[in-house]
Design a protein around this ligand. Structure first.
Ligand SMILES: Nc1nc2c(ncn2[C@@H]2O[C@H](COP(=O)(O)OP(=O)(O)O)[C@@H](O)[C@H]2O)c(=O)[nH]1
Ligand SMILES: Nc1ncnc2c1ncn2[C@@H]1O[C@H](COP(=O)(O)OP(=O)(O)O)[C@@H](O)[C@H]1O
Length: 220
């Protein structure tokens, strides 16, 4: 009984944003590995592939013309310019995942979070991850070893602007210890899944519980 109730649930559109290097990719990967009920939205981007990235897994890497055509055809739920490149969330896969009963994880910036919130409103949960200090943020960007000094400088310059949008989020976490931050993200998702408005199956379940009470007892 309880299992079938929990199956009937509106999917969560779970957004993780942070300044570059604060750890959202690390946290996303841990979530996806730990929880089969949440799947990633794989964005399209015009930025070059980094070493170790895979097309169709980390991003769909496309050229500017392809991206523009996809945008013109309405294929994106949202898209934005970030660090001089275009990034967008393809609509179809998100709709398919939600229809299949999955929650969807989005690693998108504050512009994407705003647009998605306008599209999907209360189904969206917005989580912002802060670094413990700006010095640590720079250290992480360097330790990742994927970006040139110039790109790192550009990301640091943009970080303050991104952090200034922290108040557009439902939850704000500090990623000091990665396991601690991961635990907090898991707790948020768990609680959000239990929200009454997402538990569509509970409507009938609660009604049946009330009906099962003998009329005589209801008068007591
Ligand atoms: N609006 C929007 N932002 C995205 C999308 N995909 C990625 N981003 C954001 O673009 C920024 C740059 O991403 P990336 O180049 O992978 O670098 P990262 O910051 O190291 O993860 C990050 O803030 C991402 O969250 C998308 O589809 N839409
Ligand atoms: N809590 C943490 N403590 C130390 N290093 C971290 C922590 N979280 C992430 N990192 C490291 O910092 C770097 C940037 O993390 P990443 O997840 O790629 O950030 P983002 O996706 O936000 O750009 C990576 O090398 C990652 O292993």
């Amino acid at each position: 009984m309880a299992d079938s109730v929990h199956l009937h649930r509106r999917g969560v559109l779970f957004i993780l944003s942070s300044p570059s290097g604060a750890g959202k990719t690390t946290i996303s990967k841990k979530m996806l590995a730990a929880d089969p009920d949440i799947a990633p939205s794989i964005s399209a981007t015009t930025r070059p592939m980094r070493p170790g990235e895979r097309d169709g897994v980390d991003y769909h890497f496309v050229d500017v013309e392809t991206f523009k055509q996809m945008a013109a055809d309405g294929e994106f739920l949202e898209w934005a310019h970030v660090f001089g490149h275009r990034y967008g969330t393809p609509r179809g896969p998100v709709e398919d995942l939600l229809a299949a009963g999955k929650d969807v994880l989005f690693d998108i910036d504050w512009q994407g979070a705003q647009q998605l919130y306008q599209e999907a409103g209360p189904d969206v949960v917005r989580v912002f991850i802060l670094p413990p200090t700006m010095a640590e943020l720079e250290r992480r960007l360097r330790s990742r070893g994927t970006d040139s000094d110039e790109v790192i400088a550009a990301r640091m310059a943009r970080a303050a602007n991104e952090i200034s949008h922290w108040d557009g989020y439902d939850y704000v976490l500090i990623n000091d210890d990665v396991e601690g931050c991961f635990d907090e993200v898991k707790a948020i998702l768990r609680a959000e899944r239990l929200k009454r408005r997402r538990q569509i199956g509970l409507i009938g379940f609660a009604r049946d519980l009330i009906r099962s009470v003998p009329e005589a007892d209801k008068k007591l």
